[in-house]
Write a protein that binds this ligand. Structure first.
Ligand SMILES: NC(=O)c1ccc[n+]([C@@H]2O[C@H](COP(=O)([O-])OP(=O)(O)OC[C@H]3O[C@@H](n4cnc5c(N)ncnc54)[C@H](O)[C@@H]3O)[C@@H](O)[C@H]2O)c1
Length: 439
């Protein structure tokens, strides 16, 4: 069996992506991540790296021991930990015959630790005896009930937990979170939410700020499960916290959209976290270097084309197959008024946004008969950090309505385009510009 995992980890370092598991992100905000943590079946390391990084950002004392029975996974993790500046203790251990020592841990984490029934019992009792008096077992384990609820997890019931086993081993402990069946997990919160995007999974890039943030908040408020993706993970996590505080459902993801492998990872992460992908908003963007063409640096030109145009192609390239597998979907790409008309001194931005307009039209033609609608949104100047370099009063004069737009006003149009209410709308360019382009 360990050979099976060694072979998988020899093909890729990041079997499940690089972002932490959704449940670990949620729980890490609720319990102290301090002291010594044991992470079992954690060869990939994304969760322990996330916890260690969070503890470091909070200046908490933290150390970690990791057990896995894939040597290859542990080799990868050792390199990742070294790169991130962490000194973890790594042990190659087969949980079916491990002798649990007298060592005590503040936290023991086991995410998706699915083993045969004998090993389940050994692991749970081993964990119980290894916890300090006020320690935490952080486990995401699918129970046999998931077959009924048709959520994720193994399909073989021998590898699923009987909730009574967990309750009996931890019978004298406080159970902080104990869900049986994903469907019921958010029922109470969801009843307070609008149902426009119920059962839809959405990926929003550049969602840590401005237009992306407003759209992520709105989609979640209207019932979508949202992957809040941004190059700035702190910003994305804050948006997730806002969504969760309002009773929504979201998970943060760090992605530099200009890197195709990261864009792929974001799509895989959405599917892994929520089981499908139905909606995408390719929105991350920068203003880039402000200079006339003869003075614009080659590097400045390439950067804005990479982030504002190439990234939208990468998004479509990986999102479309995932949506086809999910039974269809809808995509909105953020262009700009400057994807329809020109302006001076930001030629790279204008060229990239015109590129997004053309790319969107072509994509819509290619997938119109396969259940995926693809549109672009073209905001005028919107009050976000992106326009920081410009004089606001000068920008206001450009808009016949006499003011700049707000990110929420763009979000409303994006949500409409992503919704079934726009069922006959594809390949369109929607301006949200206070009549800027009518002049
Ligand atoms: N603000 C405007 O006036 C305006 C007008 C028209 C179009 N737009 C477009 O709207 C989109 C959103 O801009 P905004 O105004 O909300 O800006 P913003 O700066 O508030 O937000 C942009 C977000 O994108 C993220 N980001 C930047 N580079 C990234 C990358 N490589 N990978 C992943 N994330 C990255 C940033 O971290 C930030 O959170 C952009 O595509 C922008 O070109 C903005």
């Amino acid at each position: 069996m360990s050979q099976h995992w060694d072979s998988l980890y020899s093909q890729t370092q990041d079997l499940y992506g690089i972002s932490p598991n959704h449940f670990i992100q949620q729980i890490a905000d609720q319990i102290p991540i301090v002291g010594k943590t044991l992470a079992i079946a954690e060869g990939e390391g994304r969760n322990i790296l996330y916890l260690a990084d969070k503890a470091r950002r909070q200046n908490d004392s933290f150390s970690a021991e990791i057990w896995d029975y894939s040597k290859v996974a542990l080799q990868h993790l050792s390199a990742k930990a070294q790169d991130a500046g962490f000194d973890f203790t790594l042990r190659n251990i087969d949980l079916s015959d491990v002798e649990w020592s007298k060592e005590r841990y503040q936290n023991v984490m086991c995410v998706y630790g699915h083993f045969d029934e004998n090993t389940q019992f050994k692991v749970l009792t081993g964990i119980r005896q290894s916890l300090t008096d006020n320690g935490w077992f952080i486990g995401e384990l699918y129970s046999k009930e998931q077959i009924h609820y048709r959520t994720g997890g193994p399909k073989d019931t021998n590898y699923l937990y009987d909730p009574m086993l967990i309750l009996s081993v931890f019978k004298n402990d406080h159970l902080h979170h104990f869900y049986v069946g994903e469907q019921e997990r958010y029922e109470e919160e969801r009843s307070k939410m609008s149902t426009r995007f119920n059962n839809k999974v959405a990926l929003v890039t550049g969602a840590g700020s401005g237009i992306g943030r407003s759209t992520a908040l709105l989609l979640a408020k209207q019932g979508a499960k949202v992957v809040v993706s941004d190059i700035n993970l702190d910003a994305a996590e804050k948006v997730v916290a806002e969504i969760m505080a309002a009773g929504g459902h979201a998970v943060a993801n760090k992605t530099d959209t200009s890197r195709p492998e990261e864009m792929k990872q974001a799509v895989d992460f959405a599917v892994e976290s929520f089981g499908a992908l139905h909606l995408a908003f390719n929105n991350a963007g920068i203003l880039g270097e402000v200079n006339p063409i003869a003075e614009l640096s080659i590097e400045g030109w390439r950067r804005v084309i990479d982030i504002n145009l190439n990234a939208v192609f990468y998004g479509l390239h990986y999102q479309i197959p995932a949506m086809l597998k999910s039974g269809g979907g809808a995509i909105v790409n953020t262009a700009s008024i400057l994807g329809l008309v020109g302006t001076k001194n930001i030629s790279g931005y204008v060229a990239a946004k015109h590129g997004v307009t053309g790319l969107t039209k072509t994509a819509s033609l290619e997938y119109a008969d396969q259940g995926i609608r693809i549109n672009s949104v073209h905001p005028g100047y919107i009050q976000t950090p992106l326009i920081g370099e410009f004089e606001e009063s000068e920008l206001v004069k450009l808009h016949p309505v006499g003011r700049l737009g707000k990110p929420e006003e763009v979000a409303q149009v994006v949500a409409f385009l992503l919704s079934d209410e726009a069922s006959f709308v594809t390949g369109s360019q929607y301006t949200v510009d206070g009549s800027y382009t009518s002049q």
